[in-house]
Write a protein that binds this ligand. Sequence first.
Ligand code: ZN
Length: 389
Amino acid sequence: MEANLLTSITVAEICTGFVYSELEGKGLFGLSGKLTIQPEYQRNYIYASDGGKREMAVIESVLRGYPIGLIYFNKVNNNRLEVLDGQQRITSLGRFVTDKFIIKDENGMEQLFGGMAKEKKKKILETKLLIYECEGTESEIKEWFKTINIAGVPLTNQELLNAVYSGTFVTLGKEEFSNSLNTNIQKWSAYISGSANRQEYLECALDWVSKGNIGDYMSRHRNDTNITELKKYFKTVIEWVSKVFSDVEKEMCGLDWGRLYEEHHNKAYDPKKISKLVQNLYSDPYVKNRKGIFEYILGGSKNKKLLDIRIFDDATKRSVYTTQTAKAKKENKSNCSLCKIEHDANKSRIYKLEEMEADHVTAWSKGGGTDTKNCEMLCKTHNRAKGNK
Ligand SMILES: [Zn+2]
């Protein structure tokens, strides 16, 4: 790959013919139409999120004469350049000089570019940028792009994959899963965590359909001209979840619904009964892990580990141990409730506290609480034998 350092291009030149698409949330062109600001493999413009602090910081740096860092262009041919790195900064500059956002001046006054003093405007427009113009093969450039870290906001995994496998499939995928105009995104946000803009919804959809092999799937479908399978699978999973669980709980967000769908979608569920089960577990103070409730129910309410049921605390154990041991000594029997009714060598054995474990007299799953009244101490052997039943 070859690279030439350009030092004379000004902000004014870069911003000539600047076009920003509100619809797609990205800067499109600059440098009198010669520069494509957002090639396919670039991410959406994110400097405007976060209350716009990042885009304001770009302008403030320029006004103070601070460098805004190296910018990289890819020379496609003599008449066409693409931004490889610097899209966010260039879009900030372009948006500012076209009055798309305000900054605050040294007196805290809000200012649009159009309303600024002449010498400040001049300072911005005449600032020269440091630009590397690179020329290389697609794979060289993509390999290199994979290794850079853009201006303090690292690429997410999916943004990186979008760069590496850029093409028709990625374009269509982004149109569906990271498009702020897609009204489904709001609905999906109940089940999917992360940000659609940072490609995390696309990542989730790909993860589900590929059973975790995103890169492989993207490489196989790279030049597809439709994303039918991806869309259909995603829709199926979301519909299945929303039918089985009629109430939307915040702990549902970010669960591995793709895997749960694969494991359980062939079973029949009664949404009314399910809803009742969910509500019961939500109001159960012994359930520590609410995120586990959904998989627990889907699996037939068997795997209690998913719920992380609250266990007896040390004070409860010690208190029950003391009472139980005093009583046992008086009766000359074992302080393990099960040893004492057996006829072996342990029937009158007194265990130390650390040799015993706490057990629910009435099981949690049958409504037994995790308090002193429902606690008994068993020797480890008996407790474990009981736990396996
Ligand atoms: Zn025992």
